[in-house]
Design a protein around this ligand. Structure first.
Ligand code: CUA
Length: 374
């Protein structure tokens, strides 16, 4: 019997360690926390969390305290008399019905108050209208009144109220930026509105938080919060049509992009296969273009690709020429865009980028072209 008890003790310790390792695996420094809010909406939500935690802690301490006290104080001793029977005692039953109801009522009031207050935010400047479209598996951001469309990165000015309209073309997704605002479902055939504001300049991770298929876990995005003046210059740049390269690998990449690469059948670039008035609409509404892939007009200004699966930085994708005059990427393993164009299905199985196998030279030429889209 003592031997069995030892095994049981070790089993308990090991399973506790195993469970805590799962729990602590979430504690990465890049993991956004709702307890580190950077805007008024997330701050109200965090406030509600702390309020409920305090109420729950009071209940836990009082109930467990009474339980432990009773176990010790009223434990059976030799020759102790039978305890007083309190079954059907109206006073006690009233107390243990009314007191928990009051605690639950406090939580209910706090929750309803917070829910109705979440959209009650004010900011500087006009409210920025953005339509957010959930795709499988990336996010599209249509700046409704500014005529630009971006993907994977939602760039906004600090201190400004952002009014998003959430739409989906396929399945249900859910939009969540833990440090800025809570979750709202993104439902096909239905628009949900969501208001939020970022108070601190910085970059915050956004997440899809509704299971939406094979690559649901790879459907993140970035909220990039800039100062008002930096945002204005970013916006003015985004509103320009793309430059067409005139020479070198970038020109070869442009020809591949618009020709045998077939890229333009899914991707739009203003100045190539879109004119700027097309950008008043979502890709979904572009005449004649299947809304499969992200708009790439200013692709080089982004920092990540494929729903944040790969980072993207022109400095790590230097294109040069080899001895036979072909374009090459110097360090293929450091270049996320090379990995993506070389084998998109290997990087993110099931995504819509079903392309023919490109040669390394073709990939290098496409990278050179995409790097020029700044
Ligand atoms: Cu989209 Cu999960």
């Amino acid at each position: 019997m003592p031997k069995f008890r030892g095994v049981k003790r070790w089993a308990t310790i090991l399973s506790a360690l195993f469970l805590s390792s799962i729990l602590l695996a979430a504690c990465d420094q890049n993991t956004p926390s709702i307890l580190n809010p950077k805007g008024p909406v997330a701050a109200k939500e965090a406030g509600l969390f702390w309020f409920i935690l305090v109420v729950a802690t009071i209940v836990f301490v009082v109930v467990e305290g009474m339980l432990i006290y009773s176990i010790v104080r009223f434990r059976e001793r030799p020759n102790s008399p039978a305890p007083r029977q309190i079954h059907g005692n109206n006073t006690i039953e009233m107390i243990w019905t009314i007191v928990p109801s009051l605690f639950l009522f406090a939580v209910l009031i706090g929750t309803i108050y917070t829910m109705f207050n979440l959209s009650d935010i004010s900011g500087q400047g006009r409210t920025l209208q953005i339509t957010v479209v959930g795709h499988q598996w990336w996010w599209e951001f249509d700046y409704t009144n500014d005529g630009i469309v971006t993907a994977d990165e939602l760039v906004v000015p600090v201190g400004t109220v952002i009014h998003t309209t959430l739409e989906s073309q396929n399945v249900i997704h859910s939009f969540w930026i833990p440090q800025i605002t809570g979750k709202t479902d993104v439902v096909p055939g239905h628009s949900n509105d969501k208001l939020f504001k970022a108070d601190t300049i910085g970059t915050y991770r956004g997440i899809c938080t509704e299971f939406c298929g094979l690559q649901h876990a790879h459907m993140s995005f970035l909220l990039v919060v800039k100062s008002q003046s930096e945002y204005i210059s970013w916006l003015h740049n985004q509103q320009q049509a793309a430059q067409t390269p005139t020479s070198g690998a970038a020109l070869a990449g442009y020809k591949l992009f618009t020709g045998s690469g077939g890229c333009v059948s899914c991707h739009g670039i203003v100045g190539v296969n879109l004119n700027s008035s097309d950008l008043q609409h979502l890709t979904a509404k572009y005449g004649g273009i299947t809304p499969v892939g992200p708009n790439l007009t200013h692709f080089a200004t982004r920092t990540s690709i494929a729903g944040l699966v790969l980072s993207w930085n022109p400095q790590s994708c230097v294109v040069s020429t080899d001895s036979s005059g072909n374009a090459v990427i110097q360090n293929q393993s450091a270049c996320g865009l090379y990995q993506w164009l070389h084998d998109p299905q290997g990087v993110k199985p099931g995504n819509d980028m079903q392309i023919r196998q490109l040669s390394d030279t073709e990939v290098a030429e496409l990278v050179a072209y995409l790097e020029a889209l700044n």
